[in-house]
Design a protein around this ligand. Structure first.
Ligand code: ADP
Ligand code: MG
Ligand code: ZN
Length: 625
């Protein structure tokens, strides 16, 4: 089966190339019949004159309207002549004139674009390259487990999507009420533009939706089109950026042309940062294709007046990288933030997605929302869907809290694996997890334990779950310190119980997490002896600007930062070791219980710990550095 595929492909590529050139050949013939046979030329001025006098019978526009083949009646010879005219382009005025004079005219777009001739030569090599890549990808995707989707560009001929009716309304969007309110106005613009133009108001052309992935930006845009009852055109920025120079720009042109034909309508450009990055910011040479596409987009946006009934909505999660030209008045001058939902928002989103699901009455959406801080709308939708799938698989009539809990675990930590049999490594993992859990339980500033489990999930052999508080983006120094100590709890337990020589690689993730937290405390939050200095600009680093946005500091400061990070992590490590040493008895009991039961929930864990320790909870704080 596999090899037959490859044979087909091996054949398909040469055929593809041959087909391509055949097509090109017939194409030459085509144009030859048109443009080239009309060797007699006529000036543009004469053409206009002929047009006015009604001597022109038909006009065929080629080459983006820069060349026309005109059939005109010669006044002296009284016969029809085919003449070639060089035009300044297919301007609206020209089209208007042609319409007025009732001439039959035709437009032969795109393929006759002069640029394509240059392109064809350049295409050969990429085609061969793609051919071989195609094979390579194909081959690698035959390996079980590797994603088979790498070849999507092979069929990415779809330029943009048009939906006459999106069927989405504002009711389907929840938890982002401010954004909805701001966008309500756009609906009115689309529905009743006359209300605004009557009083001389200029309707905005572009709105930028800014927010992290999955917060509902696409959904919102569809809802606007749905509420206004206008067609929805959508394209993704990454689709603009093709490997061939000029393709993106022509797609932009196509898109806006189609949109104008269908006005009033809404154009949605997803991931605009893929095209809209600051020009000239790339490393390794400018990206010509992207710049051309962006320039075309800017031109198109300038080219229509606010009252043509087209509104362009773009989405991005990186407004900071966008080219300033995009944000200028008359383009995307309005920005609407689409934030991740808070607790109330999550409840509202869950309500929307619970509408078409059979939930058992005991399921509390509030409880789900409480367990899922940081989840986006898409995560929540996915969560309920996973729960529904689990329910169906278990042949239950309705979704219960059990399925929901399992679905949350699965969404957060990956698929469940089979537990280890009792062995030394299982005991070590048990001590490691109980180490996390006990440090987390005994430090007052730590989030409470939700459960400890030895059932592997994703790449983790065991897991300790904590109940995160709502205020995840406002943490105190004590909370951060407690997290670092908690993260070191696993390794600390390994060391205390099994000795330094027996520690395992299982703590790598914990160590990384602790180091990262400590680094941020030093370089971003001003929580070290270095004082309140910003030594790093937040956000992910991407090619180009990432290099520039790193704050300047000296070698000494760099060494000092490293030292401070080390100090903080080591401090957390020592706190954890101390806690393990002081509570060895209860830890041993918890480990036995965990090995027996595989999962201990937070309540039971805390009860057992309380039997052994008499320090009241409010006094258990993290000793500060
Ligand atoms: P984005 O475009 O911001 O990445 P999407 O609009 O594509 O996110 O969201 C993906 C899916 O997640 C939506 O189709 C919807 O089912 C769900 N979703 C996301 N945000 C919300 C929300 N605020 N309300 C309801 N559903 C949401
Ligand atoms: Mg989207
Ligand atoms: Zn761990």
């Amino acid at each position: 089966m596999k090899s037959s595929w490859r044979t087909i492909l091996l054949w398909a590529i040469p055929l593809l190339l041959v087909g391509f050139f055949l097509w090109q050949g017939s194409f030459v013939v085509n144009v030859g019949n048109g443009v080239n046979t009309a060797s007699t030329r006529m000036t543009y001025g004469r053409f206009l004159e002929y047009l006015e006098k009604g001597r022109v019978s038909s006009v065929d526009l080629y080459d983006n309207g820069r060349t026309a083949i005109v059939e005109a009646i010669d006044p002296e010879l009284h016969q029809i002549q085919r003449l070639r005219v060089d035009l300044p382009g297919a301007t609206p005025e020209l089209i208007e004139k042609l319409k007025e004079s009732g001439v039959t005219f035709d437009y032969h777009p795109a393929r006759n674009d002069g640029a394509i001739w240059g392109l064809l030569g350049n295409l050969l090599f990429p085609m061969l390259l793609i051919g071989s890549l195609f094979l390579l990808f194909r081959r690698s995707s035959n390996i079980p487990g590797s994603p088979g989707q790498a070849m999507n560009f092979g069929k990415s001929r779809a330029r943009f999507m048009m939906e006459a009716k999106t069927g989405v309304t504002f009711d389907d969007v929840a938890g982002i009420d401010e954004a909805k309110e701001e966008l309500q106005e756009i609906v009115t613009f689309l529905k009743h533009p006359e209300k605004f133009t009557a009083v001389g108001a200029k309707i905005p052309k572009g709105v930028l939706l800014v927010g992290p992935p999955g917060t509902g930006k696409t959904l919102l845009a569809k809802a606007i089109a749905g509420e206004a009852g206008v067609p929805f055109f959508s394209i993704s920025g990454s689709e603009f950026v093709e490997m061939f120079v000029g393709v993106g720009a022509s797609r932009v042109r196509d898109l806006f042309r189609k949109a104008k034909e269908n006005a009033p309508c809404l154009i949605f450009i997803d991931e605009i940062d893929a095209v809209g990055r600051q020009r000239g910011a790339g490393i390794g040479g400018g990206n010509d294709e992207r710049e051309q596409t962006l320039n075309q987009l800017l031109t198109e946006m300038d080219g229509f007046e606010g009252n043509t009934g087209i509104i362009v909505i773009a989405a991005t999660n990186r407004v900071d990288v966008l080219d300033a030209a995009l944000l200028r008045p008359g383009r995307f001058d309005r920005q609407v933030m689409v934030d991740p939902p808070d607790f109330k928002g999550r409840v509202a989103i869950l309500e929307v997605h619970a509408r078409n699901k059979k939930l058992s009455p005991e399921v509390s959406l509030e409880a789900i929302a409480r367990r899922t801080p940081g989840f986006s709308g898409a995560d929540l939708a996915n969560l309920l869907n996973e729960a529904a799938i689990l329910t169906a698989r278990r042949r239950k009539p309705e979704i219960t809290m059990l399925e929901i809990d399992d679905a949350i675990d699965r969404v957060v930590a990956g698929m469940e694996g089979t537990p280890l049999v009792d062995s030394k490594s299982k005991r070590l993992i048990a001590y490691h997890e109980v180490g996390h859990a006990i440090v987390g339980t005994l430090l007052k500033d730590h989030d409470p334990v939700q459960k400890v489990t030895l059932i592997p999930r994703g790449r983790a052999q065991g897991l300790t779950w904590f109940m995160p508080g709502e205020e995840q983006n406002m943490l105190t120094k004590a909370q951060l310190m407690a997290r670092i100590a908690g993260a070191m709890g696993g390794r600390a337990a390994e060391e205390e119980v099994f000795g330094y020589d027996e520690v395992t690689t299982g703590a790598a993730g914990d160590i990384q997490q602790a180091t990262e937290l400590a680094r941020q405390m030093v370089t971003r939050f001003g929580m070290s002896e270095l004082g309140p200095l910003s030594l790093e600009v937040g956000g992910e680093i991407f090619l180009g600007a990432g290099w520039m946005s790193r704050a300047e500091y000296s070698e000494e400061i760099a060494a000092y930062i490293d030292e401070q990070i080390r100090k903080i992590v080591e401090h957390g490590h020592q706190i954890a070791r101390q806690i393990i040493r002081d509570n060895r008895e209860v830890i041993d009991r918890l480990v036995d219980l965990l090995i027996e039961k595989e999962t201990i929930d937070g309540e039971e864990f805390r009860q057992i710990v309380a039997e052994y320790t008499e320090v009241p909870e409010k006094e258990r704080f993290v000793p500060q550095l």
